[in-house]
Design a protein around this ligand. Sequence first.
Ligand code: NAP
Length: 502
Amino acid sequence: MRPSCYDSIRHTSGDSCWFFGDLGQSEVLRFGVHFLPMGSALINLAYLLAAVLFILGLKGLSHPRTAVRGNQLGALGMLIAIVATLLDRQIISYELVILGLVVGALVGAIMAIRVQMTAMPQMVALLNGFGGAASALVAGASLIESSLPEVAPPVPLVQLTAATAASGIIGAVTFWGSLVAFAKLQGLVSDNPFQVGFLHYLNGLLLLIAIGVGVYLTLNPSAIGAYWVLLAIASVVGLLLVTPIGGADMPVVIALLNSYSGLAAAATGFVLNNNSLIITGSLVGASGIILTTIMCRAMNRSLRNVLFGVWVPAEKGPKAEEVYAGKVKATSPEEVAMLLEGARYVVIVPGYGMAVSQAQHAVRDLMQILEAQGMRVDFAIHPVAGRMPGHMNVLLAEADVPYDHLKEMDEINSLFEQVDVAIVIGANDVVNPLARTDPNSPIAGMSILDVDKARSVVVIKRSLSPGFAGIPNPLFAADNTLMLFADARQGVQEIISALKAK
Ligand code: NAP
């Protein structure tokens, strides 16, 4: 039986527990801090501090004003957790850790610098996928290590194998599901949704088999081959789960996979007996599922519908010709400039088109010019404008638009009746009044920005093409609406030139 530090307390000195009997150097190191009452208490205290910092960090991230500080607190928590883990597990090779840090930092920095803002969702998908894969591999490595006769598992074998199985299943589903999400958003494979009735049953069956293999592994810890079988089956589940879902629904799927990656990490925390990993993984799991719910609610869709339904634009509902015929009024930048000259309160409503044309800097310039002329300018932010949560906030922050100019939907909707000119820039579904008026519409019941209540509305987009939901928008044909058909950035720049020419 393996001796414990407590048995040979006479050999301890200070904070360290030194075991020289018949154990090798690495064994001594392994037991050095891990089994010490003092050492492990300190390590757990460090983990607790890290967890508190993570929670404070998340709280800070909930508001733009405190987000930078929140990020710093989270980073500090991560530093403390990493240092504590390195001290706790002295058996690891520091050379490998440093090599991993250097390679990871290099790849991460290059990706972060090169990625386009519009490609951020697929970058997040990749990061989630790697997190899931790392959890599954680390848990697998621990399983293999624990099968060696000279190594004592860090936790009871039943806990280790059960948690490894959970980490393997969730991690593999996350990895392969995220790769499919990445490929769809990057245009590497078709992003069209499709429905194959039996696919979900097949997937359910495969998931049950994977769980069955996990139970077998738990009962037979030495049957390590079962872990690879489990990984293979769960990988197919991940592929089949995401492949039928359309590219437009990928942001919701990515938020869900983010949650899964946290659960996989938490399971690996149980494998390694690492409290920090358990807490961090649970926080990621919980925040991912909260984000998924918020997105589904804002899009007025259920998660079941996103995962298992195929969303095609409604056949019912008004056709584009009926909505637009003879009613759309095109305008020019000069006419918009004239309209703005008489305004006191202007609200800018950004949408996906602003992201596509990268118009945020031009939009900021327009705001500054209008403010210099004594107008009040606010931005109306819909929670699902664009293609990822916080899409508009990120773009406007990048252009240094002050936070206090960004108004959330509930706040700005009560103000639209006082707005002289609402300028809609590349937004469509989030300002579509059909959500309020047509119960058959795919966006029926979705909360929208009540732009149509403003005195005048200017919409900048290239054509009358529909947005994400694929339906016409009566706002474009409303009496108080003028359409400026242009690329968002070009249109805004032309309005600025017209304002300056006055
Ligand atoms: P939208 O309804 O998708 O409409 C975007 C509009 O932008 C299009 O009608 C397009 O019209 C225009 N556009 C594209 N490129 C442009 C350019 N270069 N210059 C000017 N206009 C351009 O966008 P939204 O109003 O932001 O609504 C977001 C939609 O995405 C919602 O239906 C939401 O449910 C969905 N969604 C959001 C998320 C999220 O997390 N934010 C996730 C998944 C789905 P033209 O082609 O005529 O220019």
